[in-house]
Design a protein around this ligand. Structure first.
Ligand code: FRU
Length: 498
């Protein structure tokens, strides 16, 4: 694809082109019902996630005109309950001198009754050299967005390449601070801190001194927060090699946790890097603290540089459901926000004992539902469930006690995706109990294992008729308790608009 095509603005598309694209999307069998998704084109990172003027505001990276990473906009959605999302239109359009080649990722913070959106303006000169600017746009209560014509940070500090982006801002008692994703000149990743008294004048403080040197070639979308006396640094490192069950996606997202960041020395004393999600499709997460004091995370349910089956349907990707983050024994625990219960219909409940067999139950089927499946008193070698199942398709979640592994297998899920990165994802697991909490949408599954100690997030592309749910054990018995709720439509309530 040539550059002109890739960096086209929405205003350069004809009404006929947009109508054809919208029509193509409408015919896609894989449109989601309760996940934020683009009206057309490609969605990637969540941006500017904030509680402002009585509502949750969630923006995302958007290229409207195709399913490749082209000219990026910030698209705005909002919600009163973190569940029903309304499309609000474009918040930040690129194309000005500071963001001539895209309004890249960033974050939001409320000050003086305004929402300050700090983002990376991506520019290229005639020789295609990249120059990133850290920029500001402010939104008022009416939703009006104004860009500041001067950059907040105009230069790349000494020692870093032009991969310098994704400011995540927070407020400390003394100062505002932000952390920016960076690549050092020796082509290793880092996170760089700036501070500001007013969100306008920013001063370079330096790198967060982690114990992770040479850990990937670029850290995208860093995020720092504190909870219960711990400091947590989240980032998305690129360039890690697979290691056992870890790091099998093209790029990773995870965190390190430790004592709070030392604001003077920027020393950060922390434990091992851990992936936030063990599934196939999770990247560039962003957190926010809401008015109830909860730390909430949303991520892009996708991966860069991987083709997806909806590409030929004129749209790609969605965001994850919001998850509340807690800390337990030095580990981040993630649970779906309780507000999602608003979508539940009538529950269907089953209790049974299964011995070396595959069971189905009348009425236990679906394509859009929440389900909690508990296995107790596990004597079997293997227990599990298959969802979105039919004669030829199934997505399998199984716990193998001999291997001490919990595995999500999408090798028969439907239309293939990212096969070169493998068809299964696993994490370590033991014990005689297992709780699987699933959110299944038309083309995705989010699995919270044992109350959020592990999460597997994945797109799947089954046929609409693959609705079956099977519960099974191999080599012995287990008691099961299943509760399933069909879920209502919660996005695209208003027709998508640009
Ligand atoms: C992460 C990312 C960011 C960048 C944005 C551009 O997926 O590459 O680093 O700001 O996407 O859309």
């Amino acid at each position: 694809m040539n550059r002109e095509q890739k960096y086209r603005l929405l205003t350069q598309a004809s009404p006929e082109e947009m109508a054809a694209l919208t029509d193509l999307v409408a015919r896609s069998p894989w449109r989601q019902k309760f996940h934020v998704q683009p009206a057309t084109g490609l969605l990637n990172d969540p941006n500017g996630f904030c509680f402002y003027a009585g509502e949750y505001h969630l923006f995302y990276q958007w290229f409207p005109l195709g399913t490749y990473h082209g000219m990026k906009y910030w698209y705005h959605t909002k919600s009163k309950d973190l569940v029903h999302w309304h499309n609000e239109g474009i918040a930040i359009a690129p194309g000005d001198p500071l963001d001539s080649h895209g309004a890249y990722s960033g974050s939001g913070i409320v000050k003086d009754n305004k929402l300050y959106l700090m983002y990376t303006g991506n520019t290229r000169d005639q020789d295609w050299n990249r120059q990133p600017y850290q920029c500001l746009a402010t939104m008022d209560e009416s939703g009006l967005v104004k860009k500041r014509s001067e950059p907040l940070i105009a230069n790349i500090p000494q020692g870093y390449t032009d991969h310098f982006r994704d400011p995540k801002v927070w407020k400390d008692e003394d100062m505002y601070r932000c952390v920016i994703g960076a690549q050092r000149q020796d082509l290793t990743g880092a996170a760089v801190v700036y501070e500001s008294p007013d969100l306008i004048k920013w001063q370079l403080r330096g790198e967060i001194k982690t114990g992770l040197n040479g850990f990937g070639y670029m850290w995208e979308c860093p995020d720092y927060y504190e909870l219960d006396g711990n400091g947590v640094l989240i980032f998305s490192p690129q360039g890690l090699d697979p290691e056992g069950e870890r790091y099998h996606n093209i790029y990773q997202s995870g965190y390190v946790i430790g004592r709070p960041l030392n604001r003077d020395t920027l020393e950060f004393d922390h434990g091992n890097f851990d992936e936030l999600d063990r599934g196939f499709d999770f990247y560039a997460p962003q957190t926010m603290e809401d008015e109830k004091g909860r730390r909430i995370l949303v991520a892009w349910m996708g991966q860069p540089e991987v083709d997806y089956p909806t590409d030929s349907h004129g749209w790609a990707h969605c965001l994850t459901i919001p998850r509340e983050l807690k800390i337990d024994q030095g580990q981040v625990i993630q649970q779906p926000v309780p507000e999602l219960q608003l979508l539940r219909g009538q529950p269907m409940e089953i209790e049974d004992k299964i011995t070396s067999e595959v069971r189905t139950y009348k009425g236990l089927t679906g394509t859009c539902y929440e389900m909690i499946c508990e296995f107790h008193d596990i004597k079997a070698d293997v227990v599990g469930i298959a969802i979105r199942a039919s004669e030829h398709e199934q997505t399998v979640i199984k716990y193998d006690r001999k291997r001490s592994a919990l595995t999500l297998d999408r090798s028969a899920s439907g239309e293939p995706v990212g096969q070169e990165y493998g068809m299964t994802r696993s994490c370590h697991m033991d014990g005689e109990q297992l709780k699987l909490h699933l959110f299944v949408d038309i083309s995705s599954v989010e699995l919270f294992v044992n109350d959020g100690s592990a999460v597997f997030t994945s797109r799947i592309f089954p046929q609409p008729g693959s609705e079956g749910i099977r519960v099974f054990t191999e080599g012995g018995s287990a008691d099961i308790a299943v509760t399933k709720w069909d879920l209502e439509q919660a996005v695209d309530l208003k027709k998508g608009e640009y």
